[in-house]
Design a protein around this ligand. Sequence first.
Ligand code: ZN
Ligand code: ZN
Length: 375
Amino acid sequence: MAKRDFYETLGVAKNASEDEIKKSYRKLAMKYHPDRNPDSKESEEKFKEVKEAYEMLTNPEKREAYDRYGHAGVDPNMGGGGGFGGGAGGFGDAFGDIFGDIFGGGRGRSQGPQVYRGADLRYNLEITLEQAAHGFDTTIRVPSWDKCDTCHGSGAKPGTSPVTCSTCAGHGQVRMQQGFFSIQQTCPKCHGTGKIIPEPCAACAGQGRIKRNKTLEVKIPVGIDNGMRIRSSGNGEPGTNGGPSGDLYVEIHIKPHSVFQREGDDLHCEMPISFAKAALGGDIEVPTLSGKVSFTIPEGTQSGKTFRLKGKGIKGVRSGFAGDLFCHVAVETPVKLTEKQKDMLRDFEKLTTEGGSKHSPQSKTWRDKVKDFFE
Ligand SMILES: [Zn+2]
Ligand SMILES: [Zn+2]
């Protein structure tokens, strides 16, 4: 699916200012917010789309890359396999950014540094159809943030300490007069933390935390389908000012299979059989995801005939019931025949033609239709 242009998504011009982008985003995000549209998949998708566009266009570096290279310039999923699409699918941090500012006071939140929930992370995990059918345990490497050992999390160079922000007197918020309104805003100097670090810790650049990787165990349940997401609670980015961490979403991508196509919990496969086998009937062996099974096809099986093997599909991740396997038979015309084989076929053709149309009812029906058509 082609991705929509970020400017178009937000309904702003290419040269829109950050204020215009914020304004438009606020309007759209409120319209599509999941709290206002419970159970609407469409709104949720719209919301995510709008949020992504907003995040990209309000980040000067990303906006520049996007203007220059389009989606390929900013999409972590383009030109690479698994990995992270930071923040996608999350609702937390965008609200920290904007709605926190608007509603922070109105909701009766106490004065003080703003508390933000960490962003959600998405991890794309590619698995095989067999793994999806049987379920398995795996481990993934995800980023994690540890408290900085050098400054013990304060962000200040050892021997120094953070000082109270003079602009907001440590509240993290300031009041601004805008027309008739007095608006409470995040303090621009300390960004809501209420503290200023005069000499940042060199080890963590004043962040108070250091990014590392950790290994997470993920249980892939039996029957999981393409696009489904497994939530790992609290394993997203850490919150700000003691806010809760976001969640990690492991999104499943199933690789195409060489034999089976999946449709819901059913499987489909094409089975070539010989012309003689189709005519005479008999046992054929069919692959399933749990070994081979054999079944009998009747005499005179036609090409395109579908056989349904009940319960040989995939056990549904929600229903717990197994789907079916649909075997589509394709009669194969023999090739590279020897003279002897060709002679035998010529004899065979002569004999069946002498037997009249009873050997080929489809051809007879077809000839009748053609006759009707011309007369
Ligand atoms: Zn540090
Ligand atoms: Zn401040």
